[in-house]
Design a protein around this ligand. Structure first.
Ligand SMILES: *Cc1c(COP(=O)(O)O)cnc(C)c1O
Length: 394
């Protein structure tokens, strides 16, 4: 029965060549979210799409290709390797590399037009040497640490930095940026305003030292929606593009017009009846209160279905919610389908995302697991194929 059901599934082109556990990526929703953000910021502000961490697990190449066609202005990644992946895939737009580069990667940045963020003079020095050797003037962005306390030139050390940077005759500071620590938190409103003020002051100092800055940018998703005064020349949304907002935007932001991009799905692999008093899974953490119908799903915590959802999560199957029972294991999960009429092997199961009228927001999943939605989508492993869905694709 299993084999008949699985074989019949191959008639559906979406799953034809993949295991029956997949992350469906709604590229039309991604494009819709970009348009929503554009509406919020107006025509003069550019958009850098944060596609680091494989586009928060959504598939960087897939997402970047569509966003490029939709007219996004820049891409942002964390590391040079991620930028190279985009270049190999034919992405031609400017790419900003948030975390800069490691010694030895200067050539790759220059050759592939990857714009690094500079946080230290010694990195600028190394890049300047490499750029001079090529006879190029190379653009970089400089990050100011206005309160995040991670990367960047401290806001109170900007003067020395801006003065010293003058000696790098083969580099040009194209952009100046900072990053907010708590733009989503109403209690930190004062702190965010202070970050903005510190940034403005830093930009003044750079200009006073003769640097002509073409692009000033500060705003992540939360600031894009909650602090219009921080839009400057460009905003850098990540989460909002992927429709992750319930736990990422400032609560004063009215429910944004954003659609979830990822739906994480699998299929019923096996059905079995169990009797009262029998237990399920590792640690025997679930004991059947009566006769039950259990479905085995070919998904586990290695795929990114978090173990913290054991006995707490729920899924959608045939238009009904079905609870997770017992511990989620590495490759398998059990659900209670006693109340799901007509359930069959091969039925599609939605772990999060939408299924017709039903939805399980990934933010809710994150809340149950005690984490942030970003960590949940980032956690979908490489073992899970990303399947694009779009009215545009044939
Ligand atoms: C990840 C990141 C962003 C995007 O943040 P979201 O909260 O996802 O909008 C913007 N800027 C920098 C520097 C980042 O690292």
């Amino acid at each position: 029965m299993l084999w008949v059901a699985l074989a019949s599934m191959t008639q559906n082109p979406i799953e034809a060549s993949s295991r029956p556990t997949w992350a469906e990526i709604d590229l039309d929703a991604l494009a819709f979210n970009l348009r929503s953000i554009r509406e919020k910021i107006g025509p003069r502000v550019k958009v850098l799409a944060a596609v680091k961490a494989d586009a928060y697990g959504h598939g960087a190449v897939l997402c970047a290709r569509r966003l490029q066609r939709e007219g996004v202005d820049w891409f942002g990644v964390a590391i040079v390797e991620e930028a190279l992946e985009l270049r190999r895939a034919g992405i031609s737009l400017p790419i900003l590399c948030f975390d800069g580069f490691w010694p030895g990667q200067e050539g790759a940045c220059l050759q592939k037009c990857i714009t690094p963020v500079i946080h230290r003079l010694d990195a600028a020095e190394a890049l300047n040497i490499a750029a001079r050797a090529r006879g190029a003037i190379f653009p970089v962005h400089v990050k100011i640490d206005t309160g995040m306390g991670r990367l960047g030139v401290r806001y109170d050390e900007v003067s020395e930095f801006a003065a010293s940077f003058r000696r790098f005759e083969s580099l040009r500071i194209e952009g100046l940026m900072t990053h907010f620590a708590a733009a989503d938190e109403p209690d930190r409103d004062e702190f965010t305003r202070q970050q903005i003020a510190r940034f403005r002051q830093a930009a003044e100092i750079f200009r006073a030292h003769g640097h002509q800055i073409a692009l000033e940018h500060l705003a992540n998703s939360a600031a894009t929606f909650a602090y219009p005064e921080a839009h400057a020349d460009m905003v850098r949304p990540g989460g909002a593009l992927y429709g992750l907002w319930r736990d990422a935007l400032h609560p004063k932001t009215k429910p944004a017009d954003l659609r979830p991009v990822m739906s994480f799905r699998t299929r019923v692999m096996l059905l079995k009846r169990i009797r009262r008093g029998e237990t399920l899974g590792y640690g025997c953490t679930f004991e059947a209160p009566g006769e039950m119908l259990i479905a085995v799903l070919p998904v586990g915590y290695h795929d990114g279905y978090l173990r913290a959802l054991s006995n707490r999560g729920r899924v959608v199957v045939r238009g009904k919610f079905a609870p997770v029972v017992g511990r989620i294991s590495m490759d398998l999960t059990l659900i209670d389908v006693s109340a799901v009429d007509g359930v069959q092997v091969g039925d599609m199961v939605t772990l999060w995302g939408s299924d017709g009228e039903m939805a399980i927001p990934v933010e809710d999943v994150a809340q149950i697991a005690g984490t942030l939605s970003y960590e949940v989508t980032c956690g979908v492993s490489g073992r899970v194929p990303r399947i694009e869905r779009s009215a545009e694709t044939p």
